[in-house]
Write a protein that binds this ligand. Structure first.
Ligand SMILES: Cc1cc2nc3c(=O)[nH]c(=O)nc-3n(C[C@H](O)[C@H](O)[C@H](O)COP(=O)(O)OP(=O)(O)OC[C@H]3O[C@@H](n4cnc5c(N)ncnc54)[C@H](O)[C@@H]3O)c2cc1C
Length: 388
């Protein structure tokens, strides 16, 4: 019944990826305490009057804007005329230059194609060498951690007008964020947990386009263009009586906040077990008070945490899983669903291997059988991943 209602709601909304809704910011706070090396924003947006809705596991797409300071540096570097208008697509639509560079084009990422086409617009021999087929590795190395401004500085002077350069650029892709709220617990709202991306590369401080916009240039009362991206592969079990195990360190906590809120609304007999981890318990325990309250209320049955920098020995979520291997396996045997969300490069792989270790040990299986067992769980949708 409820699912049908949601589908109908979605059909009624005029908003989509190509026609995003301007969502008003209701709240934007840093979840990390002073002294943390991280910044994680908790953002609440209003979906009022949009007709948009979502279920736990869905994502929110944001169409971000480039950093105005970076746009200004580009314009200064090239001595571009601010009053110019540029063509932004094959259909011949136009935008004022500043708007095009701020909202329409990607300026923070280089691609092989951009460099190859740019090589036609300069006499710089280094760039002409770099794009040669035999120098593919050097080209890849150059692209890593560099942006349009680097390229324009490194390989000028340019035999190109503004339009020639702008035509090299691709459209800014939207960024996706796992929704951190339950729609039924927060009607007309959507909450996000966004880690600000900042790093230094090639002697310049780099800022993630969307995460840093959300951190530095998004105030309560502002609006931001958003759309809902359904995720059919990451959902709560249909029955509220089924147990769930959730592994979500860092911003991986986001969809599990949604799961837990939904379970709090629904009731049911299913138990919930959360593994959370981050750097330090004093500064980085995201949503600590909420989670402890859910634990007191019995919505969250178990909460295990791993703070890697609290002790000399680095402790991660997979270590906490191993410490609890007997009980974790028992939950799986009783039909629990296992979810993992967050870092794809390291964490999700470690968690995957640890799951196999646990099944092998506690199920007294060979490595091969343990792997096959996990594959079965995946086929039954009892092992789901939302990793990025
Ligand atoms: C399904 C899905 C769900 C997601 N959910 C969340 C979520 O809940 N919370 C969340 O915070 N994020 C989430 N993300 C990630 C999010 O979509 C963005 O990728 C992230 O916020 C960075 O976007 P940005 O625009 O700030 O950075 P961008 O401008 O896109 O820059 C990020 C890029 O910078 C480069 N980079 C980053 N760090 C370094 C470094 N140290 N050295 C060199 N290069 C580096 C990498 O190429 C990286 O891809 C999710 C992604 C997906 C696909």
């Amino acid at each position: 019944m409820q699912n049908t209602e949601l589908k109908e709601d979605k059909n009624m909304t005029p908003y989509s990826r190509t026609n995003p809704f301007q969502a008003k910011v209701l709240k934007n706070i840093n979840l990390n305490e002073e002294g943390s090396t991280k910044e994680t924003r908790h953002i609440e947006l209003s979906l009022k009057d949009s007709g948009l809705s979502y279920v736990p596991g869905d994502c929110l797409g944001i169409l971000p804007e480039n950093d105005p300071e970076l746009v200004r540096e580009l314009v200064d570097e090239m001595n571009w005329n601010l009053d110019e208008t540029v063509i932004i697509n094959k259909q011949g639509d136009t935008l004022p230059l500043m708007e095009a560079l701020t909202t329409h084009f990607e300026i923070t990422l280089l691609t092989k194609k951009v460099l190859q086409q740019a090589a036609e617009l300069t006499d710089h021999t280094e760039l002409k060498e770099l794009v040669k087929l035999e120098n593919a590795n050097q080209l890849k190395e150059y692209i890593e951690g560099r942006d349009l401004l680097d390229m324009l500085r490194d390989f000028g002077p340019w035999n190109a007008n503004t339009q020639d350069i702008v035509s090299l650029l691709r459209k800014m892709p939207p960024r996706l964020y796992s929704i951190a709220s339950s729609f039924r617990a927060n009607p007309d709202e959507v909450h996000l947990t966004i880690g600000a991306v900042r790093y230094t590369a090639h002697n310049r401080v780099r800022k993630g386009v969307c995460s840093v916009q959300c951190s530095e240039r998004l105030d309560v009362g502002d609006t931001i263009p958003v759309f809902i991206q359904q995720n059919k592969h990451f959902n709560l079990p249909e029955s509220t009586d089924i147990d769930i195990i959730m592994v979500g360190p860092g911003t991986g906590i986001a969809p599990f906040r949604s799961f837990i809120q939904e379970r709090a609304v629904d009731g049911g007999d299913g138990r919930a077990w959360l593994f959370f981890g981050d750097q330090r318990s004093t500064t980085d325990f995201l949503y600590k008070n909420e989670l402890e309250k859910y634990q007191q209320d019995g919505v969250l049955t178990k909460l295990d945490t791993a703070f890697s920098r609290d002790t000399d020995q680095k402790v991660y979520v997979q270590h906490k899983m191993l410490e609890n291997s007997k009980e974790l396996f028992a939950w799986l045997e009783k039909g629990a669903y296992f979810y993992v969300c967050g870092d794809k490069q390291y964490m999700a792989k470690d968690v995957h291997n640890t799951l196999i270790d646990i099944i092998e040990k506690e199920g007294a299986m060979s490595r091969e059988d343990a792997e096959a067992h996990l594959n079965d769980l995946q086929k039954q949708k009892r092992y789901q991943r939302d990793v990025y």
